[in-house]
Design a binder for this molecule. Structure first.
Ligand SMILES: Cc1ncc(C[n+]2csc(CCOP(=O)(O)OP(=O)(O)O)c2C)c(N)n1
Ligand SMILES: [Mg+2]
Length: 300
């Protein structure tokens, strides 16, 4: 079976306004993206469990950022994934792809049932993010490529006089890749203010802390010194994320960098802030407990 055909054929459109509960009030919109994030956490856990795959901690770290982006911020047409006017979203830490696949299913780019094919032979839903999936612009997995590619996209938009924005989500450990720092210089030099970088600053990488591996602090100051406008938020605070991501550029003529303080494994007590869940896959019992914790969070 051609899994890509299956994904596209069953796509169901959903608008950001619908996902944000009509956007009648800021509180309603925040509650809607928080509910979206809970559904995405459930999808991500089930995908990783079924595929016996890694990186659930990395995915749970970015779910809230993605829920706000896909639920409220990105200008997209799910029924027309290649629409030229779309905002571009690039997941540079491609190992966390289940979180994006979950967002794409919730937005109607792919069918929710297709998520069960994640990681299987022949599936477009590969273990690192793949542009064969409708709604994905760039395949990554080898760290350090998203920001250079996104910088080129933003330059293309600027030269075309087009309004679409490019958002690139980076890992903090990923910042050890020198290609990022070349791209940071290039973007500031060319005044690419339609480019938005987002750092998933969970302080952990595969096997230990970022601090012990290659220190990035003082991170915000580094980005400022490279010519970017910089803000810092709690990367699990939907209202703060929506305010920051929905108001770029913060400084005309400067690219924007949002440093999101996050917790790897966020939402599941025994996965939070632990390197164990970079590579481990949950057992049946662990999946059940994780899903119960997420469902429990839905109670008022
Ligand atoms: C160029 C490159 N080197 C090494 C790896 C192996 N690798 C995969 S995930 C990861 C950790 C990345 O850390 P971070 O960016 O903080 O992501 P997080 O673990 O927090 O999701 C590493 C080193 C890779 N994918 N690409
Ligand atoms: Mg990290």
């Amino acid at each position: 079976m051609n899994m890509l055909d299956g994904l596209q054929a069953m796509a169901r459109p959903a608008s950001p306004a619908a996902l944000a509960g009509g956007g009648s009030t800021a509180a309603t919109a925040t509650a809607a993206t928080e509910a979206l994030a809970r559904r995405m956490r459930g999808h991500a856990l089930r995908m990783v469990h079924a595929a016996k795959a890694s990186h659930i901690g990395s995915a749970l770290s970015i779910v809230d950022i993605l829920a706000v982006l896909y639920g409220r911020v990105l200008n997209l047409r799910p029924a027309e994934p290649g629409w030229p006017g779309r905002d571009r979203f690039l997941l540079s830490k491609g190992h966390a792809c289940v979180a994006v696949y979950a967002a794409l299913a919730e937005r109607g780019f792919i069918d929710t049932e297709a998520l069960a094919s994640y990681g299987r032979d022949g599936s477009a839903l590969m273990n690192h993010i793949s542009h064969k999936v409708p709604g994905v612009d760039f395949s990554t997995g080898s760290l350090g490529h998203g920001l250079p590619f996104g910088t080129g996209k933003a330059l293309a938009a600027q030269r075309a006089g087009a309004p679409w924005r490019t958002f690139v989500l980076l890992g903090d450990g990923e910042l050890a890749e020198g290609s990022n720092w070349e791209a940071l210089m290039f973007a500031a030099h060319h005044r690419l203010d339609q480019l938005v970088g987002i750092v998933d600053y969970n302080k952990l990488q595969s096997l230990t802390t970022v601090d012990k591996t290659l220190r990035v602090e003082p991170l915000a100051d580094k980005f400022r010194a490279f010519g970017w406008a910089v803000r810092e938020v709690d990367g699990h605070d939907h209202a703060a994320l929506a305010q920051a991501l929905g108001s770029t550029p913060w400084q005309p003529g400067q690219p924007s960098m949002l440093v999101c303080h996050t917790t790897k494994g966020r939402g599941v007590s025994f996965m939070q802030d632990s390197v164990d869940w970079h590579y481990r896959s949950p057992s049946d019992a662990q999946l059940a407990q994780a899903l119960a914790e997420i469902d429990g969070a839905q109670a008022p």
